[in-house]
Design a protein around this ligand. Structure first.
Ligand SMILES: NC(=O)c1ccc[n+]([C@@H]2O[C@H](COP(=O)([O-])OP(=O)(O)OC[C@H]3O[C@@H](n4cnc5c(N)ncnc54)[C@H](OP(=O)(O)O)[C@@H]3O)[C@@H](O)[C@H]2O)c1
Length: 330
């Protein structure tokens, strides 16, 4: 994971749908977890808020059947697990209470990677970072990470931990996939520069890159999680161009669209790996097929190019030929 001595499998398994309405029930979730580790997966991501704590409980009961030391368990803190409660952020009081609740639900003595789920603008950096540091020192947590931070928030956190000698964030969990590319502006260059590992959430854009959403439909297919709002926000020429490029490359390499979209992520230089989501075992089996082969450079370029968008100022200005002194890294 980045520069840290934390070894993770190239795919991480996400548990956001575990225990959710219309999601994955406990029996199916345990089948998915079993199949993931049988395929060599060791890295599993959850959060205190997924299904209001039920996802952690489902994972905790399964963990009891496994050798805990073989697995890397990541969870997150920010929201409140109790229904109807407002998000509580990453202040000391909430983090210290929530880490105990997550340990209890996961039925474990330690969390491998404890992540601030979202940046908390109502808590001083020092309070969040020193609290997370104290959890590593106490042994309840082994590494800390951030999720949904902007560039300046992550860079400031890194500098502050360096200054005070606190445990640094070793990972960032951003939204990143062939359709959602905002992380490329600040976050990915920052993570490469600082040696922070990157685990991408929604690597299939919530299923859009799996091939089941097509231009000729009037709305999302019935067996998919996208609602009308999601359809309206994604239904654009750029989306269909990206999806159709994924489908064309998939046909060329004799793989499924989901495998191609995940493979593209695995081959991006800043990326440690995608956090794959699977509602049913068949989707997991498909997504596991993203490993063990490679896209050619030309195919990577086609996929990236299909979703390229104009970049805003000052990124655009800095890319003008008269200001470029060093070519962008491959
Ligand atoms: N840090 C954060 O803020 C944050 C936010 C979101 C997620 N996450 C993490 O990232 C993980 C993955 O996110 P995600 O679930 O949004 O990932 P995703 O891979 O973009 O979407 C997964 C969904 O796509 C569909 N799908 C997956 N594989 C498929 C396949 N092979 N063929 C057809 N459909 C397929 C399924 O939905 P349907 O079958 O219902 O269509 C599945 O629930 C989560 O479990 C969580 O751990 C983190």
């Amino acid at each position: 994971m980045g520069r840290a001595g934390l070894q993770v499998s190239e795919l991480c398994l996400g548990t956001m749908t575990f225990g959710a309405d219309g999601g994955t029930d406990e029996g199916t979730a345990h089948q998915i977890l079993d199949a993931f580790v049988e395929a060599g997966g060791t890295f599993i991501d959850t959060a205190n808020v997924y299904s209001q704590g039920v996802a952690e409980e489902i994972l905790g009961r399964w963990l009891k059947t496994r050798n805990r030391d073989d697995l890397i368990i990541a969870t997150k803190v920010y929201g409140e697990a109790a229904p109807g409660e407002a998000p509580r952020g990453t202040g000391r009081k909430h983090v210290l209470a929530e880490v105990e609740a997550s340990l209890r639900r996961l039925q474990t003595d330690f969390i491998d990677l404890y992540q601030a789920h979202v940046f908390d603008d109502a808590t001083p950096f020092e309070e969040t970072l020193s609290t997370l540091d104290s959890l590593v020192r106490s042994g309840k947590v082994r590494f800390i990470g951030a999720s949904n931070y902007t560039g300046w928030q992550l860079q400031k956190s890194i500098e502050m931990s360096r200054h005070y000698g606190w445990e640094p964030f070793v990972s960032l969990q951003p939204l990143y996939n062939l359709l959602d590319r905002g992380a490329e502006l600040e976050l990915l260059p920052l993570c490469r520069n600082e040696g922070v590992g990157v685990i991408a959430w929604s690597p299939l854009a919530g299923g859009w890159l799996s091939g089941k959403y097509t231009r000729n439909l009037d709305g999302p297919p019935a067996d998919s999680r996208a609602g009308d709002e999601d359809w309206a926000s994604r239904n654009s020429e750029r989306t269909w161009r990206v999806i159709e490029t994924v489908q064309a490359v998939a046909a060329e390499v004799d793989r499924t669209p989901a495998q191609v979209a995940l493979r593209w992520l695995l081959q991006q230089p800043a990326i440690t790996g995608p956090i794959i989501g699977a509602r049913i075992p068949e989707q997991l089996a498909d997504n596991l097929g993203a490993t063990g082969w490679a896209l050619e450079d030309d195919q990577l370029r086609q996929l990236t190019g299909a979703g390229d968008q104009p970049v805003p100022y000052p990124y655009e200005l800095q890319r003008l030929p008269q200001f470029v002194r060093r070519p962008a890294p491959e």
